[in-house]
Design a protein. Structure first.
Length: 325
């Protein structure tokens, strides 16, 4: 089954004969739990965001790691990864010329700004790639799938979907979901939030493919750490309840127009801070609602405590909105 509309848009396309209520990705769910107003700006208003060095680094490193596994096993070396970086960067500039603007010395208003040097930024990309080889030996890995699209339709008719960086399958059939992060690993306080994205994917795989719940691995290239977790069925059922609760809260905000800002460390690099009321700004008027229920329903009580704000150490996400995870 496949529905290709925007990652969190309400959709009316039948999936396997069932009318889909809406679609949700882990990135947009994380947006809402960290700041409902950010979710509104990105998903309801569709406001553009300028490219950032952190997110673009994530995109570039993901591209190189995907192409690294196209090589024969014995050729997957640090030198090969370094050689793949420059052409991937040139292709990205051709595909998205606006990416180069993040190195401009002046903003659109002509004001000077603190922009990174291209050479220094590319050196940081090489450094991140080199760290990957301290964590895994790609010569001994043969991923079953890479950049794989996953989706599942819940009984509520909410479609969960996203892109998984890598799926490893052991000889005994055990599955491992792997996600690359170009930021640093979160502190213990934020581990639950960091694992939510992979539990989201694991839930989709478990619901569609059956078998035991997949193992999870987060590869943090910012500081060279691995975060691994083996969920059980109870974990994934709790994740499903949490996703449903998040969607009900999103629906309630959409019906009432009440999109509250939530200040956190993430505000420091938010592209919409100038129009955020938490920082003295004024949001634009809400666009006409795409769809809504007849009566707003209060959000259900989450099955777990609300998630803490998304960690400032995570540079990127991996799903259908962004390959910079």
């Amino acid at each position: 089954m496949s529905v290709q509309e925007a990652p969190t848009e309400r959709v009316g396309t039948p999936v396997d004969g069932v009318e889909v209520l809406a679609a949700l990705s882990p990135s947009r769910a994380a947006d809402f739990t960290s700041c409902p107003l950010l979710y509104r700006f990105r998903t309801v208003d569709g406001l553009p965001e300028p490219p950032s060095p952190e997110a673009t680094r994530g995109t570039l490193v993901h591209t190189v790691l995907e192409r690294l596994f196209d090589l024969p096993a014995d050729e997957r070396t640090p030198e090969a990864a370094d050689a793949l970086l420059a052409p991937a960067w040139e292709e990205l500039l051709v595909r998205s010329p606006e990416t180069g603007l993040m190195f401009a010395e002046h903003d659109e208003a002509g004001e000077p700004r603190d922009a990174p040097e291209v050479a220094d930024w590319l050196a940081s990309c090489h450094e991140v790639l080199g760290r990957y080889f301290d964590l895994e030996d790609p010569r001994r890995l043969e991923p079953a799938e890479r950049e794989v699209y996953v989706e599942t339709l819940l009984e509520s008719r909410l479609l969960l979907r996203g892109f998984v960086d890598r799926l490893d399958v052991a000889p005994d059939g055990a599955v491992r979901v792997v996600d690359y992060k170009t930021g640093k690993s979160p502190g213990e306080r934020y581990e639950r939030d960091a694992l939510f994205q992979l539990k989201f994917y694991a839930l989709a795989l478990w619901r569609t493919r059956g078998g035991p719940p997949p193992a999870l691995r987060l590869v943090y290239l910012g500081n060279g750490e691995l975060l691994t977790y083996q969920p059980d069925e109870a974990d994934l059922l709790a994740t499903e309840r949490r996703v449903e609760a998040v969607w009900r809260a999103i629906t309630y905000a959409e019906q009432t127009g009440d999109w509250q800002p939530r200040r956190s460390s993430r505000c420091g690099w938010c592209a919409h801070r100038a129009i955020c009321p938490a920082w003295g700004g004024t949001p634009p008027p809400l666009p006409e609602a795409r769809s809504s229920a007849a009566d707003p329903l209060p959000p259900a009580q989450p099955a777990e405590p609300p998630a803490p704000p998304v960690s400032a150490s995570s540079e990127s996400t991996s799903d259908s909105e962004s390959s910079a995870s």
